[in-house]
Design a protein around this ligand. Sequence first.
Ligand code: ATP
Ligand code: MG
Length: 321
Amino acid sequence: MYNIPGSGSSPQPAPVAEGESVEAVRKARTVAEVMAQSQAGDVLDELDRELVGLAPVKARIRDIAALLVIDRLRMNQGLQAQTPSLHMSFTGNPGTGKTTVALRMAQILHRLGYIRKGHLVAVTRDDLVGQYVGHTAPKTREVLKKAMGGVLFIDEAYYLYRPDNERDYGQEAIEILLQVMENNRDDLVVILAGYGDRMETFFQSNPGMRSRIAHHLEFPDFTEGELLRIAEMMLEQQNYRFAPGARDVFQEYIAHRLRQPQFANARSVRNALDRARLRQASRLFANPDKELTVDDLSTIESPDIRASRVFDLGTASAQKT
Ligand SMILES: Nc1ncnc2c1ncn2[C@@H]1O[C@H](COP(=O)(O)OP(=O)(O)OP(=O)(O)O)[C@@H](O)[C@H]1O
Ligand SMILES: [Mg+2]
């Protein structure tokens, strides 16, 4: 389990100041006022700017934000009482940005005043389900307690349900979750994440869970062009860049890697760049007397990528990347 604090951590914009701006949001009468005063607009713009591709996901998030802003304006005019259900499912292949988007979602929900804290608690089955009789309920409740006021992100949520074992303790965790998702929906947003087909099977066996999920977001695989752009953004964030030829070699790398086992979209790109940096370091290290310029230190050259095993197509080592 890991716990990511609310919008306070560094590359993220400052959290909404309690007091003044919360008060201003409550007085707002226009969409622009809510967006500006809550700073939710900033998070949406950042999402557009900093995340490559994901057009359908971004569109759904804007829809959800629109719903929340209008709800806020309705509330400000005394129109409604019930909190909308905000539980979600994020489905897609590994490395398609589910965890990253969940973090942004937590910020948006916090800024619009739907959750108190805006932190995200990420868990898997093992964090919720115990090994012995009586262990599951306290474990699940402990996690829920930590997540209150924020987002509970359950990765590979379908592992909670094991149809082959009627007495599996996962069922107990599911039942507690269902209860809390219903009763505490003004203070906790649950996001179930995982592969689309497995999630569908899970929902078929757990209609109670499906009925509590209001928003289903599907994360598409990235195209080769998007993966290349993601690579360039990742390098830039770390003050590295491709030498002119290296960009083309990386493009080739992507085309190969995509067709090999255990491909994990943006995560594979990140891993490939980590290895390229290792090779760059070894290359520079091999010349101990050379004076190294900023350029030398920040440039990934073609051989740093070309040395990857991904290029040894057809050999058994191909999948080692
Ligand atoms: N659209 C994007 N643009 C730029 N970088 C991205 C994008 N999506 C993901 N990343 C980066 O790719 C990496 C993997 O993303 P993330 O962990 O969110 O994927 P995931 O879908 O949760 O993967 P998994 O299923 O493996 O948990 C992270 O380093 C993230 O910063
Ligand atoms: Mg993830």
